[in-house]
Design a binder for this molecule. Sequence first.
Ligand SMILES: CCCCC/C=C\C/C=C\C/C=C\C/C=C\CCCC(=O)SCCNC(=O)CCNC(=O)[C@H](O)C(C)(C)COP(=O)(O)OP(=O)(O)OC[C@H]1O[C@@H](n2cnc3c(N)ncnc32)[C@H](O)[C@@H]1OP(=O)(O)O
Length: 195
Amino acid sequence: MTAQQPDYPRGSAPARLPLHSPRCMGCGPDNPAGLRMRAFRDGDEVNADVVFDEHHVGAPGLAHGGAVAAACDDLLGFALFVAETAAVTRSLSIEYLAPVPLHETHRITARIQAQDARRLNIAATGAGPDGTVRFTAEAVFIVVSLQHFLRHGDPDGVWRLLDRLTDGNADEALRTAAELPEHPQPGTEEGGWSS
Ligand SMILES: CCCCC/C=C\C/C=C\C/C=C\C/C=C\CCCC(=O)SCCNC(=O)CCNC(=O)[C@H](O)C(C)(C)COP(=O)(O)OP(=O)(O)OC[C@H]1O[C@@H](n2cnc3c(N)ncnc32)[C@H](O)[C@@H]1OP(=O)(O)O
């Protein structure tokens, strides 16, 4: 069985957020071993439902702690749409409060706690079907510019992501980014999505 996350099943009309990439382990629909999370923004919060399956086993019948951490990391990354800046995970800490059974829907909700210069503190909770919190996550993300992803990652993949985020204006966004430092200051023109 392959993880196929449900459409947004509860709550009020939140906005679906664009995926990181089609093969992203957290939110890519084209990664057969991925979590296939669909992330939504609801005010200052982001959330996604995740169902761990046979690809994510730790102890028999239970999700692997690394898979739980991956789900949290990916959703924490979606909180960057609230901060309106690009950033990467520098540290991630998970509290495993209760076992996480396979095939149950867990709602992960994340929110930015604080921002200080290039540091963003982002926290998440993961609740089982009855609303009981089974895991929590705390992370420090560090603001980077597009140059970070162009220099260290796959430039074609970055172009495709940008094209989706800018409604087909990736070339213009990348021309601008080429003139920017890799480590911009948040709150400046360089620190925002347009960088
Ligand atoms: C969400 C969509 C984004 C779309 C953006 C558009 C296009 C981008 C394209 C693709 C991206 C798509 C999706 C990605 C989004 C989410 C996926 C989930 C998240 C991840 O999966 S992401 C992968 C894992 N991640 C990494 O691959 C990072 C590897 N790493 C590095 O690349 C460097 O490590 C870096 C750049 C992080 C920093 O390096 P650096 O040299 O620039 O900075 P330095 O080390 O000096 O630290 C700077 C300041 O942070 C303070 N600081 C450091 N650590 C701290 C801590 N733990 N607590 C408190 N403060 C801390 C220092 O004290 C200093 O503070 P100060 O400036 O005040 O001195």
